[in-house]
Design a protein around this ligand. Structure first.
Ligand code: MRU
Length: 341
């Protein structure tokens, strides 16, 4: 397989490595990944994360195993196991379905390797197209609020929602970003802040519960978020807390944009209530851990509710920014998304 290098995932000279996103920004540790067990652990623990990236990481591993002499049966089992690691982001299912198809080929090794390479390279182009389309919706001087991490760390390219923000800053300048810290795992505080700092885009970090007062004060011009799965009717799942922002945006009359590649669109899923929402372990809410160590502040056995994602209904969305175009509510109501697949 050719060398493939992204911000947090690389295949270089026959070795697959993942940048540990749980330890960022204070430690930059790359893990080599040679087995299905290791990749499953990296995905489940969110050391590799973000809808596009988990699909690409799993794909590169399957391609690597194919090159190492894995049988069709072993590779099929690997695909099934990797697909089951996280249930919400459909990009993982899309990648695994692509490789399953390649596995049927007589020359399955070449077919799997070629498919994995293509998925990775395509993702870079998808990011670029979303960013170009999305940047047209942003004006110089905008204060943009975003949630979770949707940047280069979460994709092979420049990102989805954060890619739009980056492109807007390059093209128009004078952009400022309000970064939701994104409890419980702090992808905003750990990762988005880290990326914006590297990109020199001015930002201010806030706790999630500060968004409402900022909007009331007229300090948010636009909200731009990513997605883990968009249903046929336009409802979408994204990091828990996204729905809160959409409700607030509606109340304050602030444009609310969702940015995602076509690989996040799942027209087999009719609406948001059909999207499986991943439930995660209680420790993530009882405290926090990372490169700084561990803190537990709640009672050790406190009851916890910890869905990783929530669903935002289509009626709260101003526009869907995909690599193929920007779609408004009436486009979506008249079947624009279903027509894309
Ligand atoms: O649990 P995570 O960190 O994988 O969740 C990521 C998100 O919710 C992102 O907003 C989404 O994957 C879009 S990213 C390009």
């Amino acid at each position: 397989m050719q060398n493939l290098i992204a911000s947090s995932l690389k295949y270089e000279n026959g070795t697959l490595s993942v940048l540990d996103q749980y330890l960022l920004p204070h430690q930059q540790v790359w893990h080599e990944c040679h087995s299905v067990e290791t990749m499953k652990e990296l995905i489940i623990s969110l050391k590799i994360r973000g809808a596009p990236l988990i699909g690409l990481g799993a794909s590169l591993l399957v391609a690597h195993l194919a090159q190492q002499g894995g049988t069709q049966a072993a590779l099929a089992k690997a695909i099934d196991e990797l697909e089951a690691t996280r249930p919400t982001a459909v990009n993982l299912m899309h990648c695994m379905a692509t490789l399953r198809e390649a596995l049927k080929s007589d020359d399955f090794v070449a077919a799997v390797v070629c498919s994995a390479e293509r998925l990775f390279i395509e993702d870079i182009a998808l990011c670029e197209r979303m960013a170009t389309r999305g940047a047209e919706l942003i004006n110089s001087g905008d204060n943009i609020l975003t949630h979770c991490n949707t940047g280069a760390l979460a994709t092979a390219g420049i990102g989805t929602a954060l890619g739009v923000i980056y492109k807007a800053q390059q093209q128009h300048g004078n952009i400022h970003v309000w970064v939701d810290e994104t409890r419980p795992l702090l992808q905003g505080g750990r990762l988005t802040a880290f990326e914006l700092e590297r990109w020199q885009v001015p930002y201010t970090l806030i706790c999630d519960n500060m968004a409402a007062s900022l909007m009331a004060a007229g300090k948010v011009d636009k909200i731009v978020v990513g997605a883990d799965r968009i249903a046929a009717n336009g409802d979408f799942a994204n990091k828990v807390g996204t729905y809160n922002l959409a409700v607030l945006a509606h109340f304050h009359d602030i444009p609310f944009y969702v940015v995602a590649p076509l690989t996040t669109l799942d027209t087999q899923t009719a609406c948001g209530s059909d999207i499986a929402i991943e439930q995660r372990n209680s420790a993530e809410v009882r405290g926090v851990s990372g490169s700084f160590g561990e803190a537990l502040w709640a009672p050790t056995n406190a009851n916890v509710y910890n869905p990783a994602f929530d669903v935002t209904p289509a009626k709260l969305i101003t526009a869907w920014v995909l690599d193929t175009g920007v779609y408004n509510k009436s486009d979506v109501e008249s079947g624009a998304l279903t027509a894309l697949k």
